[in-house]
Design a protein around this ligand. Structure first.
Ligand code: ZN
Length: 428
């Protein structure tokens, strides 16, 4: 993929990033953000401004990094977030599903690639961010090509430590008090690092970030579907060996189709037998049967995504009854075409059924979102109030894999702060 020019521009509409092809106009950018708002502008019911509030013609060509706001019109009330973004940013949050190799800063990716002598589609951070965004992924290969780029620069201890360290700062700035970062250390062994070296660098970065920000950061070791059974076992053993040094769980990630979780049941059994929590990506690239295997064959304590759980009503009831939490990543699911639109994401159904649901980004870089963005989208597309969002945030603290001795204090702090936040900022 090196040498390919970025074919999209990254622009912002109502504080949300969208990608549009080169040569697009402002109206196209608004349509990429929200059809109803684009219609309102076309009908003269709403108008467009730049970041300073100055009027912008809808036919204006866009440039990378352009900022637009849609103002006025009867339909604005329905389509624009009711809860100010800053209120959601400062809402105490926990993120439980975040890939280390999917969340690099674009500028860091460019710098690390230059150091390593690796060529990238672009060296300009804004263009690189646009290229890395997967919302145009036509197939899994498009998606995986992006990860080959990020893991390509994560082959030294310094690079891994830096990526982990910066990630803690980035999520802390996003109002995240607790984060579980996940990675498959085998992806960083091409330059001669051992898997233990990778763990040590990752953990050093998280600890340094935690000391400076106060955001508690932990690790989930991922085995990859498609790996050999022996390689998955090696990851489970690694996770267990690091359980007293920042690892809180074992996970299975990567393409579900054709790679059943049950194939790796021994690795899960090893983690469970050593009293380590387990989660499993399931119900994203394959249906509810994948979730059934994750729970019943692999003993998953939480489910990564779980998007297609509704296809099996009996299992859905079991998940609700057993209080198995879902690590939901709505924007990522829209980008990989598991659901057609955010507004149609089954998280709303799962929440209504009382299943513990949490909001997550999956990948800050490839998904082009922050956790605050996910909360803002849930408010706008699902109609969730600040009180509901605070309740969902509380769930994430409740079902975190942090040991109970530490989690109990964190939950108490978060619960107080969440209720204070809701009473200060009203019941919007
Ligand atoms: Zn994931």
């Amino acid at each position: 993929m090196s040498g390919t020019m970025p074919h999209d521009l990254r622009v912002f509409v109502n504080e949300r990033g969208v990608s549009v092809p080169f040569g697009s106009d402002a109206a196209t950018a608004v349509r990429a953000f929200d059809d109803a708002l684009a219609d309102a502008i076309a009908a003269g019911e709403a108008r467009l401004t730049d970041s300073r509030g100055l009027p912008v013609d809808a036919t204006t060509p866009v440039h990378g990094g352009a900022i637009f706001r849609v103002i006025g019109g009867r339909r604005e009330a329905a389509a624009v977030p009711q809860i100010p973004w800053e209120v959601l940013r400062t809402l105490p949050k926990a993120e439980l599903h975040l890939h280390l190799d999917g969340s690099l800063r674009p500028g860091t990716l460019a710098e690390l690639a230059a150091q390593a002598g690796t060529s990238l589609p672009s060296t300009d951070p804004a263009a690189l961010a646009a290229w890395m965004l997967v919302d145009d992924a036509k197939q899994l290969e498009d998606y995986l090509a992006r990860f080959a780029i990020t893991t390509g620069v994560m082959q030294t201890a310094d690079a891994i430590e830096r990526v982990a360290y910066e990630l803690v700062h980035d999520v802390a700035a996003d109002g995240t008090w607790y984060v579980e970062t996940r990675y498959a250390p085998s992806l960083s062994t091409r330059g001669g690092l051992s898997m233990d070296d990778v763990m040590a660098a990752w953990w050093r970065g998280l600890q340094r970030g935690e000391r400076e920000t106060g955001t508690i950061a932990r690790m989930i070791v991922c085995a990859l579907r498609g790996d050999s059974v022996a390689m998955a076992q090696a990851h489970a053993e690694l996770a267990v060996a690091w359980a007293d040094r920042g690892v809180v769980a074992f996970d299975l990630a990567a393409g579900e189709a054709g790679n059943r979780a049950s194939k790796y049941r021994e690795a899960f059994a090893h983690a469970s037998a050593h009293d380590l929590a387990v989660t499993c990506h399931a119900g994203e690239g394959w249906g509810a049967a994948s979730i059934r295997e994750a729970i019943h064959d692999c003993g998953a304590n939480r489910i990564g995504h779980g998007t297609r759980l509704h296809e099996d009503p009996e299992l859905e009831r079991y998940v609700a009854d057993r209080r198995i939490a879902l690590e939901v990543c709505p924007t990522s699911n829209v980008q990989t075409r598991v659901v057609s639109r955010f507004a149609e994401h089954p998280i709303k159904r799962y929440h209504a059924l009382g299943i513990p649901v949490t909001l997550n980004t999956d990948n800050r870089l490839m998904s082009g979102v922050t956790l605050t963005d996910e909360y803002a989208s849930a408010a706008r597309h699902l109609g969730w109030s600040l009180a509901t969002l605070a309740e969902v945030s509380k769930t994430a603290f409740d079902v975190a894999f942090l040991p109970w001795s530490e989690r109990r204090a964190l939950i108490a702090r978060a619960t107080d702060a969440l209720s204070a936040h809701v009473s200060t900022h009203g019941t919007a």
